[in-house]
Design a protein around this ligand. Structure first.
Ligand code: B12
Length: 241
């Protein structure tokens, strides 16, 4: 066999080994994500969750992947059980506290603050809604990416968003909502920004499980993010222009 044939054979073998390795890694991380999600769904203790998260980090799974494929999936399933009447508010609260504990473990990795100032965002969960786990994750990622974040918290009145926009003149306004009943509040905020004459001075970014792209377009938002990382990317694109 010619030397080029040997080379080709070696190349193919290396390629197949690498493919198998990455496939194996993926299966292993899927397994871990499922374990993390199940720990939340079964309302087990935070220590077990913490151990699984440390294991995932040791396996070089990124904090974002752990959040999206493990923690968020787990909470989604808890939400479904709540919807079916299998779980009650106390179980929702317990699952939320487990995830908050887990995020505290991930926090040092998520919130490594950048020193550069990329831009400014005003952020809050809209009036009537007190969900803030996702908003807080987005906030940490934005800070880590060099944005100055003014977090107005939860259950924020439209006029408070407007007042803060007038005060700090941000580049972006980020709104979070998880309840279908509080989605219309996002529209109210945009209307109020228009009324105050500041709508065109800011980009409006929506997030939260309840929000769809179609809804965002209908109410005149600039973008809807399906997750926190996508939200950060939209903000970076706007600032780069
Ligand atoms: C935990 C939880 C709670 C906790 C919240 C604790 C907290 N500090 O946030 C508690 C127990 C307090 C709670 C209360 C209620 N809840 Co609740 N809750 C949930 C649950 C299980 C998980 C939410 C969550 O944190 N997910 C994990 C995070 C990481 O995901 P996320 O929020 O979507 O965020 C991600 C992205 O969306 C994005 N993101 C989020 N915000 C933003 C903002 C911007 C700008 C950007 C760019 C990105 C971004 O970043 C995150 C990471 O990618 C959901 C189920 C679900 N499927 O969402 C129900 C759910 C949202 N709740 C529900 C309900 C009904 C309620 C209550 C009305 C129950 C009651 N009878 O009292 C109350 C409402 C209280 C209120 N007025 O707000 C329903 C809503 C149904 C609907 N169609 O409206 C859900 C869907 C459960 C269900 N399936 O029935 N809840």
């Amino acid at each position: 066999m010619s030397s080029s044939c040997y080379l080709l054979e070696a190349y193919v073998k290396i390629y197949i080994s690498l493919e198998l390795l990455s496939w194996w890694r993926e299966i292993k991380s899927m397994d871990l994500h499922e374990k993390i999600a199940n720990t939340i769904v079964n309302l087990e203790d935070s220590n077990k969750l913490g151990t699984l998260i440390k294991e995932a980090l040791e396996k070089k799974i990124s904090p974002n992947e752990i959040i999206e494929k493990g923690l968020r999936k787990g909470l989604e399933k808890v939400g479904q059980k709540f919807e079916m009447g299998e779980y009650f508010l106390s179980e929702l609260l317990f699952a939320a506290s487990m995830v908050e504990d887990a995020i505290r473990v991930l926090m040092p990795l998520l919130s490594a603050r950048s020193t550069e100032n990329k831009g400014t965002i005003i952020l809050g969960t809209v009036r009537g809604d007190i969900h803030d786990i996702g908003k807080n994750i987005f906030k940490m990622l934005m800070e880590a990416n060099g944005f100055k974040v003014y977090d107005l918290g939860v259950d924020v009145r439209p006029e408070d968003f407007v007042d803060k926009v007038k005060e700090v003149k941000p580049d972006i306004v980020g709104l979070s909502a998880l309840l279908t009943t509080t989605l219309p509040e996002m529209k109210v905020v945009i209307e109020e920004l228009k009324r105050a004459g500041v709508r065109e001075k800011v980009k409006v970014l929506l997030g939260g499980n309840a929000v769809t792209e179609e809804f965002g377009k209908k109410i005149g938002a600039d973008k809807v993010a399906k997750d926190a990382v996508q939200g950060v990317n939209f903000c970076k694109e706007w600032i780069a222009k």
